[in-house]
Structures are given as structure tokens and as C-alpha cells.
Ligand binder design. Structure first.
Ligand code: SF4
Ligand code: SF4
Length: 389
């Protein structure tokens, strides 16, 4: 609860037309002032070099830095002022709390930003609704949930019906995510030099995203999970999950081109490209998410924001369910269990897509935007002429 003094300060700032920091934002600003005097962690990640270009931390600076932080934990385990020290510096936790707030603040439409705060409930309802939709449709179309018409998915749900259901959701997701990151970009651009994006900056940020550079601890040995030991597991499991997801998406895209451009109807068998991409992507996604789940359960309690655990775990679980139900479809294609499993898979995919703009998926998009702005800003002269770039 805010103290009377803090409330009075906020009221005065509001009356003067100044922008008031939320409690988590004020905590990041406090810790950054300490770090700016210490600078021990300068080589760990992009946050500290970006911090040294500032003497004061406004709302946009804090939103930018919070999304630049990869929650690697390195600065917590290195910090002489971490709890139980009275300074109580815990940068990963303070950044994570603001990060969660930024997802809600920049969400589009703004009214749906509240879904971030109830991620466990949001994901459960979305999954239940997705499952119910396909179960009811299967019964309405086939009269049973126990059938496998020639092993053909479209024998259960016609192709055009699936396109009619998924295409609007997909377009909405792309639009909502695009609007959210556009609002974030507009907010942090003036605070990060205001300079436009250049090709070298874009190339550097893309490299950092694709390699997950800032999960290497700045020395290549990795980041932290349950203790102060370095591990590359988080980085590798994120890579498995990310590239597995991309391969699954590529499989669906190639299958769409086959259908509409070449007139080749599904199902596609090995060694067709959609099958190869889908199988490799599904296995990578299942392994990556299983590993991330295990790491999440063992994560050090001082890392990150405990209130966001349901969002993290719900997203990992939904990705795992999508991957494993997709792979299982391959195994049961010739059996009557196909219809039921197809309902489960499509329900999971629908829930995953529908909640993408209001869940953990956003962290990759916002972090990419912050890395792009960091790559732009570091190419500009240091406005305070102190510290190292
Ligand atoms: S996290 Fe601690 S050790 Fe690192 S720069 Fe900040 S105050 Fe210094
Ligand atoms: S947790 Fe890692 S990425 Fe975040 S500020 Fe600390 S060192 Fe940088």
C-alpha cells in the first residue's frame, strides 16, 4: 500500500501535469539510480549500457529498460546490494513487474489489457471454449466423436469451415499485436534518441533476437535458473520452442500454398514438405516446452515476478498441448480416435491464437522492439557524455 507521503507526492505531480510513476516503475527508477552509481554489471546485458545514457528515469525509459531485460538473473546473483541488504536491489524482479504492466498498458484494444492480470482464468476459458466449439461441431457434422473418415481431417471438418474459423482469429491476432507494439514503439522512441531505424541497427537487433544473445550472461556461459550456477539450458530450450513454433507455422503456410496455388489437397504424407516441417517443429516444440516447464518449476524465487507465474506456465502448457496433440494425430490417423483428438488439437490451437495478444507470447514482440530501439540509440552520441557505450 502506498504511504501518505507517496500519495501526496503523486497528487502534487498530477496537479502540476507531471507524469506519475506507478509503484513498480518508481522501484525500477530507484534501483537504476543505485546501479548507475555502481555499474558493476555493465557487461552482462543491454540494460546496463542503456542505463548509463540516462541520469533520470521517466516512464518511457523504464518501459524500454524493462522490456530490454531478459530476466537472466545475472545481476541479482552478482549484486552486493541484493536482499537481505537494506538497498534490496533486485533488478530482474523489478523489471519483470514493470514488464507485466507494460503488456497490459499497451494492449489493443486497451479494455482487453486486463486479461493479462487473469491469465490463468483467461487461458482456461479460451481452452474450454475452443474445445467446446470443435466438439459440438464434430457432433453436429458427423453425429459422433468416434470416427476416422479415411484418416482425412477434412472428412471431419471441411477445409473451408476451418479457414472460416481460423482466418478471422489469425487476422485479429496479427492486428492486435501490431497495434500493441506500435503503441509501445511510439512511446519509447522519443526516450531512445528518436532516431529512425537503420539497416545496421535492425541487423544487430535481429541477430540478438535470433541467437537470444542476452541469455548468455555476457560471457557465453549462460544465465541462471534455480541458483547462482550458470546454465545454457534456458537459452537452448527457448531456441527449441521458438524455432519449433516457427517450423509448425511454416508447415501450415506451405500446406496453404499447396492447397490454393497447386490444388494439392491434404492429407500430406512423408516425405512431403508440410509433414517434414510439422513433425520436426512439433518434436522441437514439445521438447522445448517440457524443458521450460521444468525450469520454471525450479526457478529461483527472487527471479522475476511471482504474480506472472500463471501466465508463464499457462502459455508453456498450451504450447505443449498443441505440439503433442498435433504429433498424436499422426499416430491415431487410421483409428476412430482421430475425431476426438482432432477436436482437442484444434481447440488448443484456437485457444493459443485467441490469447496470443493478451499473454506471454507478447514478451517476444515487445523485447524485439526494445532491442531494435537499443540498437538505434547506441549508435547516437551519448547525451550525457559519461560512461561507456
Ligand atoms: S545490480 Fe547491484 S551490482 Fe549490479 S550494477 Fe546494480 S547495484 Fe551494482
Ligand atoms: S536480469 Fe539479466 S538481462 Fe535483466 S538486467 Fe539483470 S543482467 Fe540484464
Amino acid at each position: 500500500m502506498q504511504s501518505l507521503e507517496a500519495l501526496t507526492r503523486d497528487a502534487r505531480a498530477l496537479a502540476n501535469g507531471e507524469i506519475v510513476l506507478s509503484a513498480p516503475e518508481a522501484e525500477v527508477a530507484r534501483q537504476m539510480q543505485i546501479c548507475n552509481a555502481c555499474r558493476y554489471c555493465e557487461g552482462f546485458c543491454a540494460v546496463f549500457p542503456a542505463m548509463t545514457r540516462r541520469l533520470e528515469f521517466g516512464k518511457a525509459d523504464i518501459h524500454f529498460l524493462a522490456n530490454l531485460c531478459h530476466n537472466c538473473g545475472a545481476c541479482l546473483h552478482a549484486c552486493q546490494y541484493a536482499p537481505p541488504h537494506e538497498f534490496a536491489v533486485n533488478v530482474p524482479q523489478a523489471m519483470a513487474q514493470v514488464r507485466g504492466q507494460t503488456y497490459a498498458d499497451y494492449a489493443w484494444p486497451p479494455a482487453l489489457g486486463a486479461l493479462y492480470q487473469r491469465q490463468g482464468l483467461t487461458l482456461s476459458l479460451a481452452l474450454a471454449a475452443g474445445l467446446a466449439l470443435f466438439l459440438v461441431l464434430a457432433v453436429a457434422l458427423k453425429g459422433t466423436l468416434w470416427s476416422a473418415p479415411g484418416g482425412d481431417f477434412y472428412g471431419i471438418f471441411p477445409h473451408n469451415l476451418l479457414v472460416g474459423l481460423f482466418a478471422p482469429v489469425f487476422l485479429f491476432v496479427v492486428f492486435a499485436l501490431g497495434m500493441g507494439v506500435h503503441r509501445f514503439w511510439r512511446s519509447i522512441t522519443p526516450a531512445t534518441s528518436g532516431a529512425p531505424l537503420s539497416a545496421p541497427a535492425a541487423a544487430e537487433a535481429t541477430d540478438a533476437v535470433l541467437r537470444l544473445k542476452y541469455l548468455d550472461g555476457g560471457h557465453g556461459d549462460g544465465c541462471h535458473n534455480e541458483d547462482d550456477a550458470y546454465t545454457l539450458a534456458r537459452r537452448r530450450l527457448h531456441h527449441l520452442t521458438f524455432y519449433g513454433f516457427l517450423l509448425c507455422f511454416a508447415a501450415t503456410s506451405v500446406a496453404t500454398l499447396y492447397h490454393y496455388l497447386l490444388g494439392w489437397a491434404a492429407p500430406y504424407d512423408l516425405p512431403s514438405l508440410p509433414k517434414l516441417l510439422g513433425a520436426a517443429g512439433g518434436v522441437m516444440l514439445a521438447l522445448g516446452t517440457a524443458g521450460l516447464w521444468r525450469l520454471n518449476l525450479r526457478r529461483h524465487p527472487l527471479h522475476g515476478d511471482a504474480a506472472q507465474k500463471p501466465m508463464d506456465r499457462g502459455f508453456i502448457a498450451l504450447l505443449f498441448l498443441t505440439a503433442t496433440s498435433g504429433l498424436a494425430l499422426w499416430l491415431v490417423r487410421g483409428t476412430p480416435a482421430l475425431a476426438l483428438l482432432l477436436c482437442l488439437h484444434l481447440g488448443a490451437v484456437m485457444a493459443l491464437f485467441a490469447t496470443m495478444p493478451y499473454g506471454k507470447f507478447g514478451h517476444g514482440i515487445f523485447r524485439t522492439a526494445a532491442l531494435l530501439r537499443h540498437a538505434v540509440e547506441k549508435r547516437q552520441p551519448n547525451p550525457i557524455g559519461l560512461g561507456a557505450d
